[in-house]
Design a binder for this molecule. Sequence first.
Ligand code: HEM
Length: 123
Amino acid sequence: MTSAITEAEISILVDTFYAKVRDDRDIGPIFNAIVGDWPHHLATLKDFWSTILLTTGRYKGDPMMTHLQLPLDPDHFTRWLDLFSETAHEVLTPSHASLAIAKANRIAQNFQAGIAFQKSRRP
Ligand code: HEM
């Protein structure tokens, strides 16, 4: 049996991923326009992934509501997921990378469904 992902791995995943995101030509500007306090944002994201991957319950936010208020389109999600997958394969074991990528894909699908529904109600 493979061992569970650790908080240390989650921390490296989040730090490495958002370092790439901030520099990215397509999605970097969205983050850099909105996120003022990066240490705080990274801490929130570590709580989020700890809650998703280790069910620690540390994250208490409402990410759907956050993303419904952002100017996101399908290309942004494609880029986000490509960068996430690339980073997960770089810093995690193959099985932990697969797990994190599967969760990210599912959450991204939920966000996109929420955004599409919102658009359909407010043409
Ligand atoms: C198109 C792709 C995405 C973009 C451009 C994006 C952008 C952002 C931005 C700018 C924020 C900061 C919002 C603020 O501080 O007001 C944020 C927060 C967050 N994002 Fe994303 N995001 C994307 C996809 C995702 C995905 C797929 C996930 C999860 C797998 C995710 C998880 C989160 C979480 C947990 C927060 C923190 C919300 C909170 O403050 O409680 N994001 N995102």
